[in-house]
Design a protein around this ligand. Structure first.
Ligand SMILES: Nc1nc2c(ncn2[C@@H]2O[C@H](COP(=O)(O)OP(=O)(O)OP(=O)(O)O)[C@@H](O)[C@H]2O)c(=O)[nH]1
Length: 195
């Protein structure tokens, strides 16, 4: 299974590339990579990024630059570019601005996904908080690859374009019995002030 850390956005609200911001002394993308490694679920952890940021990561990081046809197309362009580069039955997608993600939360979602993928032909399993779906914190089967390509070719760049048209289920974040807000998106520098 392949994990995709999405890190090719403009970070316009944050003001500098979020992947390299720090939380409690740890760089966002490195902290996520460490957590992903701890789960032992992934044979490969790939960073999905842009041409301009590709050399800012460590030498031993595996970076896939958005395909020329799909650059600046948002997360879908990044996800598709990795799916195009590496074949897998299943992909876990996580945004680089969710640095507090835990091993427990990923493992829990994986169990949920895997228990439904055969019987219910589930293709997407993600988390939701207060009815807000988090498609950049979700497992995707390889079946969605062609749908993503079609959406991008039709200039439909919203993630809802995919999850509203494919079998998808969402787990409430409260199922992970953890007092921390591990699922929080950091969009602004101020979001870090209580850390
Ligand atoms: N590879 C890739 N990742 C992207 C792209 N656009 C957004 N992302 C990533 O997708 C995730 C969600 O995107 P946003 O929350 O909108 O982040 P952003 O676009 O960097 O931030 P804003 O400019 O403030 O909206 C983040 O991890 C981004 O790095 C893209 O074109 N390519």
């Amino acid at each position: 299974m392949i994990a995709i850390i999405l890190a090719g956005g403009a970070s316009s609200r944050f003001g500098s590339p979020k992947a390299f911001a720090s939380i409690n002394g740890e760089v966002f993308y490195k902290k996520i990579k460490k957590t992903l490694n701890q789960t032992n679920l992934f044979e490969k952890i790939v960073i999905s990024s842009s041409e301009s940021l590709q050399y800012s990561f460590d030498k031993d990081d595996q970076v896939v630059v958005d395909l020329a046809d799909y650059k600046n197309n948002g997360p879908l362009g990044g996800i598709y570019s990795v799916m195009h580069a590496y074949e897998s039955e299943c992909y876990f997608v996580i945004a680089c601005d969710t640095p507090k993600i835990t091993e427990k939360a990923i493992s829990h979602l994986y169990q949920f996904y895997i228990s439904r993928v055969m019987e219910e032909q589930l293709e997407i399993a993600g988390y939701e908080a207060q009815n807000h779906k988090m498609p950049t914190l979700a497992f995707y089967s390889y079946h969605v690859k062609e749908d993503i390509k079609q959406a991008l070719d039709n200039k439909h760049y919203r993630m809802s374009e995919i999850y509203q048209n494919k079998p998808a289920q969402w787990l409430n974040v409260d199922v992970v019995n953890d007092q921390s807000n591990w699922f929080q998106n950091i969009n602004y520098v101020e979001d870090l002030k209580n850390e």
